[in-house]
Design a protein around this ligand. Sequence first.
Ligand code: COA
Length: 152
Amino acid sequence: MRKNLEYTLVSPSWAEKLAQFFNALVVNKDDLYFHPHPLNGEMAKKIATHEGDDLYFLQIKDNEIAGYAMLRGWDEGYSIPSLGIVIHPNFRNQGLSIEFMEFLHNQARAKGATKVRLKVYSNNAWARHLYENSGYSFTNEENGQIIGYYEL
Ligand SMILES: CC(C)(COP(=O)(O)OP(=O)(O)OC[C@H]1O[C@@H](n2cnc3c(N)ncnc32)[C@H](O)[C@@H]1OP(=O)(O)O)[C@@H](O)C(=O)NCCC(=O)NCCS
């Protein structure tokens, strides 16, 4: 099935829509599970103008932000980037995250990474299912979150 998805780095022209996207997550209480940084307009602006090695991406469907994800850690000097992903509540359960994960893995590989890591709350069944399907193996637990690794 063709999903008409596009991918782009977050750029200043997306700042306003990204702020609205963050707000929709907060309204939906997704910040309980997804809190890589504050989910507000100020942060949206910061990300849209970010300069550095860390990568912040949008998954676009019909000119709307369907998903947001990041590969970060490089700015702090780590060689294994940490992946974070979230799909807008209105776009969930359509298989978008699986496709986004593939895109993110390709981007990490292109930047020379050999592994990607992520953290997920052990009670976040939906996300765990996604990561297990995407080939992650989980190791240790840190403050209620399990750490998963994917070999690129
Ligand atoms: C986790 C998340 C990214 C999944 O995105 P999504 O696009 O809705 O997921 P998909 O449609 O690609 O489905 C992924 C799998 O989850 C399954 N799924 C769908 N709804 C589900 C539900 N309510 N509970 C459990 N699994 C469900 C799908 O069937 C699919 O499995 P399959 O490949 O075996 O068919 C999305 O739910 C989300 O953004 N959650 C909030 C933020 C979050 O938790 N991020 C991860 C932090 S680590």
